[in-house]
Design a binder for this molecule. Structure first.
Ligand code: AHR
Length: 641
């Protein structure tokens, strides 16, 4: 477990403080060797209104132990076939008890097993019970209400009551506790725990204990802190707030490899992820840990709703990662039918079968959705079945939903896909060299969704060199966002505790208590917050060294968003020339993200080493010189008429 960290200010505060320290850019001294000519009278194309979004899947403990605010780990005891991992027996003074997984009894058909606590001796002074260590600790903050529940069965009517408590690992004392009467057959019990004024800590466990002999069985033991927008079964607030700052317009879910599973029977089966938690059987994920499916289809949609994102649903299309595939034709029909049901669950009115199910699950209003992706990374399918599978899904989905745009996960030869999903995991250098990738792509072909991309430098989260690679790549996507209609960095989240990460270089890191944005995250915040809706024509001349740009404009307010990336170790000066404008305000807002080295980074211990700093320039004009410091990403807002 990562050591406890003293409470530190939420990163937004650091950002605001940085904003408060308005600086004026250093006086320009060198003579510019590069020229950026902007023709504000020539709009090259529209900036896609959905250019920046999020891609998500269960990887790196993104949901369980991450965004999904559940604090109990392995709450249904399915992490390991034989052992109740993350659970321990508690034997107080003189107590004698044991725990084991019992596969013969459980609270539902979906959860047919339970944790059996057999207490041979226990007293008021020496209780016996079960303990859960949480996801690298159970985080507790002062004066906070925690909402919990569990299912239990008792061997006799007098077995209860049980004490539920959060116990400090350091003092052994309860930080919050409650008594719950337990008796008879399988039932759900609810409780709340309210902490006192002990300081914030994560070195805690959840304990459920008894003070007399007997046998109890438990399942679906759950404990939630307050969640974002107080959603029941909801998400962690700090992570939701960080994502909100990126101003994402869509959420691509549920994967990634998590959609496909290693095997067909381990795919994301959406129907098993809806409704009461006790009816969700959970499933093994390809990222080597078991998924609780607490964050199921409706929770993905709630996440979209909370952050005002449009769902971009990836439907399982008959390929799983161990080269298992379903032949196009009759064999694939049930999978297509399942995808159509899923689309109906998302978009159908309450008069439809699956829309009615969604209403029953708590959300009568349908969700707006324009894009559906068929599968994930199907170039891995060596059988070559994707052409046929895509065509069958395309036809089936369009027949019922003609307005949906159907994304292919690889180029399609025999028909024109609406959109093709390109993935790029690269070094910063590879991105610099390929920044013009989309400049000359045929505009009559499918539109492009860059559904996964990242500069993979830095671990667990990307360093400043990666942020430079990302920013350079984003300038290329923006300049071509008539074609590149959507893009989403991946992976989004990582639990930085030992064993938490399966994939290096993830945008946002966290432990049980705090979270931080990587430099790449801040680059995304800067780009996503200054987008505009028109791509302006611009050309760069001269001896630029790893210098990248994009120029867009907001047609409503006329603001020109100039993004400059100097990925070289030396300052570079640029002569900026704007034509097609009559007046440029002298003062312009500027946001800069700089690192002293490419290795510089943010960490869970030092979360705000690199954050955007707002300043202003006072020499903006139709022609002006501007110096961009070494290793710097800048956004300048030019007010031009
Ligand atoms: O983002 C991590 C993985 O990379 C995704 O699951 C997969 O689609 C890609 O190969």
């Amino acid at each position: 477990m990562i050591a406890n960290h003293p409470p530190r200010p939420f990163h937004r505060l650091a950002f605001i403080l940085a904003l408060a320290c308005l600086q004026t850019a250093p006086a320009f001294s060198q003579s510019p060797s590069i020229a950026l000519s902007i023709d504000a009278g020539h709009v090259k194309g529209p900036v896609s209104p959905m250019l920046y979004g999020l891609m998500t899947e269960e990887i790196n403990f993104s949901y369980d132990g991450g965004l999904y605010a559940e604090l109990v780990r392995n709450r249904t005891f399915q992490d390991h076939a034989n052992r109740p991992e993350h659970w321990f027996v508690h034997e107080g003074a003189g107590a004698d008890a044991s725990i084991k997984i019992d596969r013969t009894t459980g609270p539902s058909e979906a959860l047919p097993l339970s944790l059996q606590l057999t207490t041979r001796t226990a007293t008021q002074k020496g209780e016996a019970g079960i303990e859960n260590e949480g996801f690298w600790g159970i985080p507790i903050r002062p004066k906070t209400k925690y909402t919990g529940s569990f299912y239990a069965k008792a061997d006799d009517a007098a077995a209860g009551p049980v004490t539920v408590a959060i116990i400090s690992d350091l003092s052994g004392k309860p930080l919050a506790s409650s008594t719950v009467p337990v008796a008879g057959g399988w039932k759900r019990y609810d409780f709340t725990l309210t902490s006192g004024s002990e300081p914030t800590s994560a070195n805690n466990r959840l304990r459920i204990s008894v003070n007399k002999p007997g046998t109890l069985w438990f399942s679906l033991v759950s404990l939630f802190p307050p969640t974002y927008k107080n959603r029941v079964n909801g998400n962690r607030s700090d992570l939701m707030e960080k994502m909100a700052e990126m101003k994402p317009t869509f959420l691509r879910f549920p994967g990634g490899n998590y959609l496909e599973g290693d095997h067909i029977n381990e795919r994301f089966e959406w129907k098993k992820t809806i409704g009461p938690l006790v009816d969700r059987p959970t499933h093994p994920s390809p990222w080597r840990y078991h998924s609780s499916d607490g964050l199921g289809l409706l929770e993905f949609l709630g996440w979209c709703e909370d952050l005002k994102m449009e769902p971009l649903l990836a439907v399982y299309a008959g390929y799983s990662m161990k080269q298992e595939y379903v032949k196009p034709g009759p064999d694939l029909e049930p999978y297509l039918a399942d995808a159509l049901d899923e689309i109906e669950y998302v978009t159908g009115g309450p008069e439809t079968k699956w829309g009615a199910q969604r209403a029953k699950d708590g959300h009568p209003a349908p969700f707006k959705m324009q894009y559906v992706e068929v599968g994930n990374e199907d170039w891995f399918d060596k059988s070559g079945s994707y052409e046929g599978r895509y065509a069958q899904f395309y036809k089936g989905i369009k027949a019922k939903y003609p307005n949906l745009q159907i994304i292919a996960t690889m180029p399609i030869k025999n028909m024109k896909a609406d959109v093709v999903d390109d993935h790029y995991y690269r070094s910063a250098k590879q991105f610099y060299e390929d920044v013009n990738h989309y400049d000359s792509i045929d505009r009559n072909g499918p539109r492009i969704f860059v559904g996964e991309w990242a500069t993979r430098e830095g671990s667990p989260t990307p360093n400043f060199g990666a942020a430079l690679g990302d920013a350079a790549w984003m300038t290329g996507m923006e300049r071509n966002s008539d074609l590149v209609i959507m893009a989403s960095y991946a992976p989004l989240l990582v639990n930085v505790n030992p064993g938490g990460m399966q994939w290096e270089s993830d945008l946002i890191g966290y432990d049980a208590l705090t979270s931080y944005g990587s430099p790449s995250y801040y680059a995304q915040v800067m780009f996503g917050s200054h987008l505009g809706d028109q791509i302006l024509s611009a050309t760069l001349d001269g001896s630029a060294n790893r210098f990248f740009y994009s120029v867009t404009r907001g047609s409503k307010n006329g603001t020109i968003y100039l993004k400059l990336v100097n990925a070289s170790p030396e300052a570079q000066s640029v002569n900026l020339k704007l034509v097609g404008v009559t007046d440029v305000a002298k003062t312009a807002k500027m946001v800069s993200l700089s690192g002293k080295t490419v290795a510089a980074t943010n960490t869970i211990q030092n979360p705000t080493a690199i954050v955007p700093v707002e300043s202003s320039i006072s020499n903006a004009a139709a022609q002006f010189s501007h110096a961009v410091p070494a290793y710097t990403i800048q956004v300048i807002e030019l007010k031009a008429k």
